[in-house]
Design a protein around this ligand. Sequence first.
Ligand code: FES
Length: 156
Amino acid sequence: MSSLAGEIEKIAAGYPESRSAILPALRLAQEEHGGWLPPEALREVADALDLAPAQVEAVASFYDMLHLAPIGKHLVEVCTNLSCGLVGAQQVLEAFEEGLGVRPGETSEDGEFTLRAIECAGGCGRAPVVVVDEHYREPVRPEDVPAIVEELKRGD
Ligand code: FES
């Protein structure tokens, strides 16, 4: 048994049914696979939890924080859902697109940055919300973007 499978089984032991452990198991598998979930990671999770691969894949494709393709060293996510959209999220997204030189949904050629538009990040009261490497920045206005881009390029 791989060490990942062993860790997943430990997680599953804390739940009455193994399928309840899908999300934490996928988070762990993603961490172990360098920040994304290749097909073998989905298989490992399915095997460890004794579930059908399709069940695991359905969960993995539903959540924004789970990635089915490789992501850059830095992940910039701009919420473009209703509350954020009403206060300029599209302009914030465009400012990141220009600053990072990458289109939403893509990763820069040097592998440094992935830019994504995401659904509600749960911070509607402080919209527009941007999540940079899993840390919330809120609110972010288009004029705040160049400083964030500089910070990321410097590697702060
Ligand atoms: S709509 Fe953007 S955080 Fe909720």
